[in-house]
Design a protein around this ligand. Sequence first.
Ligand SMILES: Nc1ncnc2c1ncn2[C@@H]1O[C@H](COP(=O)(O)OP(=O)(O)OP(=O)(O)O)[C@@H](O)[C@H]1O
Length: 241
Amino acid sequence: MDSVQRRFGRVEALRGLTWEAAAGEVTCVLGPNGAGKTTAVEIATGLQRPDGGTVRVLGTDPWGASAEHRARVGVMLQDGGLPQSVRPLALLAHLARFWTEPADVDALAARLGIHDFRQTTVRRLSGGQRQRVALAAALVGRPEVAFLDEPAAGLDPHARREVHALIREQADAGTAMVVTTHSFDEAERLADRIVVIVGGRAVARGTVAEVAGERGLEETYFALTDAARSTIHTSPQESDR
Ligand SMILES: Nc1ncnc2c1ncn2[C@@H]1O[C@H](COP(=O)(O)OP(=O)(O)OP(=O)(O)O)[C@@H](O)[C@H]1O
């Protein structure tokens, strides 16, 4: 996306956000609460319309894109949006029927430990269990690009390890994987590329080595976010709006 703007009343959620993700790579999107990560993902998946700028996903403007385009894009949002009264495997089997060549539901479910709670309806799953179902739902259509909003947040260590391995495998198979996270550890372990968003702008973009430099990702992140936040908070144009 290039120079994307998005405003909610007085709040400028995105102020000229520019970044990209590539096929076959994991791109981790980092940034403080309220930086605009979810807004960016929702715009990239056609759930929100930007007020300005250009967005292309697989060469297509996601706003109002066709069903054919949407079928090539996987999405896992923070609030899940899963139907509540179904069991996980029935849900995944149902979703798989939307695609001509879906992933193997049983293998995907086994991978994410979903068989362990196969008899429980989505409503009664724990937060981490629900997240694993949401991740499986995002990947069942074997997307060419997948946007995962904090897929490993709150998972137990085993589940997190599986989720990381799965994300890496999907990237190695050619998918552009876009993962938002608050974890430096996760970003360092997973990412080929990193985008740091602060106040609706990308303040750093590049490979992990390029962004982290010699200081390491955590220190670089604090330096970038502290600097950008103080600029944003003292900017007179912004406080006048
Ligand atoms: N529908 C909305 N109405 C009003 N303000 C909104 C709306 N959606 C987002 N915002 C505001 O836009 C800004 C960016 O929010 P966003 O959810 O994109 O941040 P985020 O980086 O995903 O944060 P977090 O790390 O907490 O998930 C915030 O100030 C938020 O309050």
